[in-house]
Design a protein around this ligand. Structure first.
Ligand code: NDP
Ligand code: MG
Ligand code: MG
Length: 341
């Protein structure tokens, strides 16, 4: 069985006795930095000169330094820039400032798993990976709760990497929910698979096909939007609360029967074969290489795909509809229709 840690398994005073640098102030970065601060940890944020995030961090009263200064001051360095720039930020500004006894932390294992970052001898490498978006990590912490996290240790030079990681997880609220032990390999491969095959890639394209099928058959787009997108939240909440069984218990018998007879017609065994092919591209590094090479070239493929997907008709329908209803509790930083971020 998986090893799970809770509040009593982690000692907050360890991280309170360290100097922590959070590199990046985006989705995860802002949540980690603010939660650490509110847990009584000495934290500074590392950003590049002229960073657009600087004003936001300073407005919260956080200390902002360059990445190099923050890394040099701190002995715990959490790297929370986008995965595709971590390698460069690390080589330019972090590695030259590492010393024996420091610990490098990640919230996702991609750069370590695929060898884009290697730590010098004498430096610990560990992971504290919240299993939720940064804005939820912050919101849950403020509500006295937490988002479940994964912890992993890749290099344990000090012999204390795990207790430091657990202490960090406690400071951001993770042990309030539960922290599961894993490895960099397992986290990286399963995280990429989950987001590509099911959570993000699978779900987005399932919803798009559902919307296309209904609207091409002449149903109103607004109705199609409700049936294939809006109600998802309610279904997913039930699944998270009590598994697929609770979801099936709550829906009508009609819906439940339709699930059993039509679900396997839509998601047929060929889908599982496709999933296996996706997993194999993740495991052998094909996906990581394609992503990094595109990013290194200025992300032409990524930008083109983003533009194309944002142009899907369900987005325009949703944008208009959401203005007309009051259910939406829309999130802080996100602006509708920002294809050209
Ligand atoms: P974001 O895209 O939100 O990070 C943006 C931040 O990184 C901004 O503050 C940006 O500053 C800064 N940044 C970008 N480039 C540089 C650079 N070259 N030097 C210094 N700072 C830079 O990242 P996420 O929070 O999405 O992801 C961070 C890590 O967390 C990743 O490893 C990701 O896989 C992992 N993760 C993310 C989750 C999420 O909820 N998004 C969930 C779990 C894990 P500026 O304003 O100057 O551009
Ligand atoms: Mg991920
Ligand atoms: Mg219905």
């Amino acid at each position: 069985a998986a090893e799970i840690f809770y509040e009593d398994d982690a000692d907050l005073s360890i991280i309170q006795g360290r100097k922590v640098a959070v590199i990046g102030y985006g989705s995860q970065g802002h949540a980690h930095a603010l939660n650490l601060r509110d847990s009584g940890v000495d934290v500074r944020v590392g950003l590049s000169e002229g960073s657009s995030s600087r004003a936001k961090a300073e407005a919260e009263g956080l200390t902002v330094k360059t990445v190099a200064e923050a890394a040099a001051e701190a002995d715990v360095i959490m790297i929370l820039t986008p995965d595709q720039v971590q390698r460069t930020v690390y080589a330019d500004a972090i590695q030259p400032n590492l010393k024996d006894g420091d610990i490098l932390l990640f919230a996702h294992g991609l750069n370590i798993r695929f060898g884009y970052i290697e730590a010098p001898q004498g430096v610990d490498v560990a992971m504290v990976a919240p299993k939720g978006p940064g804005h939820t990590v912050r919101r849950e912490y403020e509500a006295g709760r937490g988002v479940p996290c994964l912890v992993a240790v890749e290099v344990d030079a000090s012999g204390k990497a795990q207790e430091i990681a657990l202490s960090y997880a406690k400071a951001i609220g993770g042990t309030r929910a539960g922290v599961i032990k894993t490895t960099f390999t397992e986290e990286t491969e399963s995280d990429l698979f989950g987001e590509q095959a099911v959570l993000c890639g699978g779900m987005s394209h399932l919803v798009q096909y559902g919307f296309e099928t209904l609207t091409e058959a002449g149903y109103q787009p607004e109705i199609a939007y409700f049936e294939v997108l809006h109600e998802l939240e309610l279904i997913v909440d039930l699944m998270v609360e009590g598994g697929i069984s609770k979801q099936r218990w709550s829906i009508s018998d009609t819906a439940e029967y339709g699930d059993y007879v039509s679900g396997p017609r839509v998601i047929d065994p060929s889908v599982k074969e496709n999933m296996k092919a996706v997993l194999s591209d993740i495991q052998d590094g094909t996906f990581a290489r394609r992503f990094m090479e595109d990013q290194d070239a200025g992300a032409p493929e990524f930008k083109q795909l983003r533009e194309k997907e944002e142009g899907h008709p369900i987005e325009a329908t949703g944008r208009e509809l959401r203005k007309l209803f009051v259910w939406t509790d829309s999130d802080s930083d996100y602006t509708e229709g920002t294809a050209a971020r």
